[in-house]
Design a protein around this ligand. Structure first.
Ligand code: HEM
Length: 151
């Protein structure tokens, strides 16, 4: 990412930070409409806590965008953990779309085309690394997930 893109991501996130509860609530609302399969993965999850975890993580990602040597291994580990949650590659498209919609809801006109483009770059970077983590997950976990899905 360019320094300008990083600046745009950071300045827009700082506008969200004080209303991150509303932002993450909108995000999950959109996600659950866009992707019923993704919604099922959150059955029984305390969404207030989950919203907080997501906001914290996005905050850390935003801070670390100029330090990829630190950021990318942490993100890959996060991706590996997502294997256990039953997450599949295609879910990342739904999450990306829901994030953009939540930004529109929360920032309105301040979510300019340039800010949007910067977030698309940042999300693509993070999602690709998380997906590598999914790919690198030990095969046993995949088998476990398959059995789990079969009931
Ligand atoms: C940029 C992308 C994403 C970020 C930053 C993110 C972040 C997180 C974080 C921080 C957690 C808390 C647990 C942990 O740290 O291991 C979590 C859990 C979870 N995430 Fe994600 N996630 C992302 C993408 C996805 C996708 C694509 C899905 C699929 C729908 C998903 C579904 C879940 C589920 C089901 C849990 C477990 C909730 C629970 O059982 O408590 N996440 N995520």
């Amino acid at each position: 990412m360019t320094p300008e893109e990083i600046r745009l991501v950071r300045s827009s996130w700082s506008m969200i930070a004080e209303r991150s509860d509303a932002f993450t609530a909108r995000f999950y609302d959109h996600l659950f409409v866009i992707d019923a399969g993704a919604a099922q993965l959150f059955n029984g999850v305390d969404m207030t806590i989950q919203q907080w975890k997501l906001a914290q993580t996005l905050g850390v990602v935003v801070q670390a965008l100029d330090d990829l040597d630190t950021l990318l291994p942490a993100v890959a580990a996060l991706g590996r953990r997502h294997t256990r949650y039953g997450v599949l590659h295609h879910h990342f498209d739904s999450v990306g779309a829901a994030l953009l919609q939540a930004f529109v809801d929360t920032l309105g006109q301040q979510f300019t085309p340039a800010v949007r483009a910067a977030w698309v770059r940042a999300y693509a970077l993070v999602a690709a690394e998380m997906q590598k983590g999914l790919e690198n997950a030990p095969p046993t976990l995949r088998i476990f997930n398959d059995r789990d899905a079969a009931g």
